[in-house]
Design a protein around this ligand. Sequence first.
Ligand code: ZN
Length: 309
Amino acid sequence: MFMNKKRLFFLFLLLLISVTTLFFRKDLNSLYQRVAYFSFCEKPILYRIGNIDSRFELTKQELMDRTSTAAEIWNRSYENTLFEYSPEGDLEINLVFDERQTLLNKINRMNGSVSDERNSLESRIANFKRWQEEIEQEMDALNKEIESWNDKGGAPPEKYDELNRKQKELRVEINELNKTAQELNQTTTNINQRVTNLNETISSFNSILQVKPEEGVFIPYENKIEVYFYTNDDELVHTIAHEMGHALGLGHLNHTDALMNPIVSENTQLSNEDLSLLNTFCSEQNRFELLKNDMRTLVNNYITRINKN
Ligand SMILES: [Zn+2]
């Protein structure tokens, strides 16, 4: 028995829908999550603290404080509270450790010890120079005294013994001075070697950064923020606040002083451009607009993918 044409067409359509769903399951899921969790700036996005890798040496309370500072950057700039902490919040903030933070920790440690050693070396060199001058002065004085006795035809036996003793003492001191000079040279070589190691570590950090530049990301379909590394508290606050901007639905800005500029900084203020981006977004976007934009992106992605294949 043959299927009629109508049934065949229906089956084909079903197959097409299944294949499309399979092909775009990630995009469709992210689209669903975005529409389902979108807040329209009216209700605050509730956030919670997720996982903190213990290698970050940051307590949960400390991450909570930094996140609350980041949330405040947005909250004080808008009429409604945009972000609020809740232990059951949807938006999860995580610190995920990777090799970049390992390298950064190493760089910070090396930097600290190199500069400590450099400071101590500098003060040792200064002491050494003072000591060297003292010995030179003593030597000059002694030589002058010996010369003046020689001019007089030689020193009396008591004086002669005294001058001899002084000369021996000075020789011992000069030996010690030379030993110290050798030690100082060795320390200088060691520090230079450490500076070379430090520079190598910095350059491998930079080359990883070329491939994996994101200090943090917002993952829409999992509704979570992941921070991978940071150099100081301001940078951490900046990264969390920037990713919160994405969680809200904001895109990037090119202005260098904008928090939504994609380049990492220690900026923890919203610029005028950030403010107008936020206000435009909150006033103009609605669920239908959002869906329309996302559909447009989805179609564009589809076209790009087709063209690539
Ligand atoms: Zn970004």
